[in-house]
Write a protein that binds this ligand. Structure first.
Ligand code: ZN
Length: 149
């Protein structure tokens, strides 16, 4: 998915810790959702259940994308929270050398830029939600709001 083209967003900062107000972004945050007909409590739980089925990297990223998407579709309060972070880059800083999903900043890894696949997928999904709503708004505007408004 590539949605960023529709609107040039200038990032105002980076969300690099999933503590406090951003705890809901954590892979282990409990927010029940359904994916492929099964119920899961966390993204980690769903991905762990699925990952052995998909050895291929692209397919496994697609699965992760679908899992994240399902979580937010099933938790609309979190979807709203995610959407208002639209001007923030998301890249969790970790110390456990996970440069695949996140970005490790330990003394061995700090020169390496993490792939940050989780953050990137989350931002793509956020963009999709914003894009979908902007289309919806246009429609509402045409249909219900007088022209002079
Ligand atoms: Zn490291």
């Amino acid at each position: 998915m590539q949605y960023r083209y529709y609107k040039q967003i200038k990032f105002k900062g980076t969300i690099n810790s999933f503590d406090n107000e951003y705890e809901y972004m954590s892979l282990d945050h409990i927010a029940p959702f359904t994916y492929m007909g099964e119920n899961y409590q966390t993204i980690n739980e769903a991905y762990t259940a699925m990952k052995n089925l998909y050895k291929d990297k692209i397919k496994s990223l697609k699965v992760m994308q679908e899992i994240i998407y399902s979580k937010y579709l099933n938790n609309l309060d979190l979807k709203e929270k995610l959407m208002i972070t639209e001007d923030m880059w998301i890249a969790l800083q970790v110390k456990d050398h996970d440069n695949y999903w996140h970005n490790c900043t330990c003394s061995e890894c700090f020169l390496e830029q993490g792939e940050n696949y989780y953050g990137r997928l989350l931002m793509e999904i956020r963009d999709k939600f914003i894009y979908d709503r902007s289309k919806q708004r246009k429609y509402t505007h045409r249909k219900w709001i007088p022209k002079y408004f």
